[in-house]
Design a protein around this ligand. Structure first.
Ligand code: 5AD
Ligand code: SF4
Length: 453
């Protein structure tokens, strides 16, 4: 993606520290396409990096802002105006109140938030941000193994993210949260079901922040994800509902309750926690503690004791000490995951974490990742083994690897194989589990829960 070039003018007052900070701000803004210029005249963004040390500093800033306001008007309002530095710190509210032309105010401790603030200003004006971020599939794309044929399908209900986790590019590249209307989703779900789909996986970068327009017949406020799920559950022919990916902050009571009272909602939840240490979670800007996450899972298991939980983890986030990593190991032990993805932290220029000082050495990240993955593999294997002897309803999705073998998914999303015939594809059949590995469970057809036609 090539960003349109934007012009940045920073006027620096005061001490060497401010000069240094101005340079850092330029670096932080470069990935958003900003190049530095020497005059405010044609700038797209003007920052006054202020100093409080001399008397009347505030008044000077206001008189400067008065002139800049005229430039902003001449630009048709396009020019963004920001005040940073010590005056911003001391008089932030006063500045916003007295000079409405100012778009952002930022104290010296918060420069890493510049990209977020600028993204928010653009969003408020409904403008899309073009950035220079390299978009890596792994982090940014919706799952690529979209199954358009077969009995299981993805249905996109929400896009974008407003969370601004400090390591993540998505809020910049994908833009603000947007939810599709319930009517549009129901229409798409019905079309999928007509094509033979029986399981729908509701997709969104932040799917449980869903807040879509209520059905035209019902009117009223936007609906939550739980309301949407309960509504979809009434559609005949739709047997299984899943959703991904969720954020702990948006796990509301009703959504938790839905796992207990909505039979079609499968007992499986991908709920990334990223780390188990509160100080790392804070630096990640996740907005919740480890205990809050553990409480959510406990409440889910009260309403649905067999709940399978999965997560994403990042090891080696800047500043992660040994004891922080041990907290991550501990939360994994506490939750006992059915599966999890884990990544080494990778710097994404332009995100706040990329500029944090205490980057963790690569070999430390490697070591931590190996330990974490060994623990997760162990839990995943045990979870699969715990199904041996049980008879589970399996949605048959296709043929298996070996001749005469069929493949499907348990309610817990485990890949399953068993001997059977192709006419079972699209059916939900009972399979008694006889063996398990790290990545799958295997069994024998108990009895077809729906006799083949
Ligand atoms: N470094 C490492 N992992 C990342 N993720 C997102 N951004 C980064 C990054 N900069 C991981 C998170 C997220 C998953 C989709 O990718 O764990 O949940
Ligand atoms: Fe990225 Fe997910 Fe955080 Fe949004 S909630 S910023 S998509 S990691």
């Amino acid at each position: 993606m090539t960003a349109a070039t934007k012009r940045l003018f920073i006027k620096t007052y005061g001490c060497q520290m401010n000069v240094y900070d101005s340079e850092r701000m330029k670096d932080v803004l470069a990935p958003l396409g900003y190049t530095s210029i020497d005059t405010a005249d044609d700038a797209d963004l003007v920052l006054l990096n202020t100093c409080h040390i001399r008397e009347k500093a505030t008044e000077k800033v206001f008189s400067e802002l008065g002139q800049l306001k005229r430039l902003k008007q001449a630009s048709g309002g396009k020019m963004l105006l920001g005040v940073t530095g010590c005056v911003a710190q001391a008089e932030g509210e006063e500045i916003m109140r007295r000079q409405p032309a100012v778009d952002l105010v930022l104290g010296p401790q918060a420069y890493h938030k510049l990209p977020e603030l600028i993204a928010r200003v653009h969003r408020a004006a409904n403008e899309r941000l073009e950035t220079d971020f390299e978009v890596e599939e792994k982090f940014d794309a919706l799952p690529s193994d979209r199954q358009v044929d077969g009995p299981s399908a993805f249905l996109s209900v929400q896009e974008g993210c407003d969370k601004f986790c400090s390591f993540c590019v998505v809020p910049y590249t994908r833009g603000a949260e947007f939810s599709r209307s319930v009517d549009a989703i129901v229409a798409e779900a019905r079309a999928l079901i007509r094509k033979g789909v029986r399981e729908i996986n509701l997709l969104g970068q932040n799917v449980n922040a869903y807040h879509g327009t209520a059905p035209s017949l019902e009117g009223g406020d936007d609906w939550t994800l739980a309301q949407l799920i309960r509504h979809l559950a009434k559609i005949d022919g739709l047997d299984r509902i899943r959703f991904t990916t969720s954020h702990p902050r948006d796990m509301d009571d009703d959504l938790i309750a839905a796992f207990g009272d909505t039979e079609k909602l499968m007992p499986y939840l991908h709920l990334p926690v990223q780390a188990g240490s509160d100080s790392i979670l804070k630096a990640m800007n996740r907005g919740h503690t480890a205990q809050h996450y553990v409480d959510i899972i406990e409440r889910l298991r009260v309403v649905r004791p067999d709940m399978a939980v999965t997560s994403d983890f990042i090891v080696g986030f800047p500043g992660e000490r040994d004891e922080d990593f041990e907290d991550t190991m501990r939360i994994v032990e506490t939750i006992d995951y059915a599966a999890a993805y884990s990544f080494k932290y990778s710097r994404r220029p332009g995100t706040p974490a990329a500029d944090m000082f205490a980057q963790v050495p690569e070999e430390v990240k490697d070591e931590r990742l190996q330990r974490l993955q060994a623990l997760i593999r162990d839990q995943q294997t045990r979870f699969n083994q715990s199904q041996i002897g049980k008879t589970l309803p399996v949605l048959v999705t296709g043929t298996g690897r070996n001749d005469g073998q069929m493949a499907g998914r348990t309610p817990y999303l485990q890949a399953t194989h068993f001997d059977g015939t192709e006419d079972l594809i699209g059916q939900i059949v009972d399979v008694t589990m006889t063996n398990a590995t790290l990545n799958s469970v295997g069994g024998q057809l108990a009895r077809s829960s729906e006799p083949a036609l």
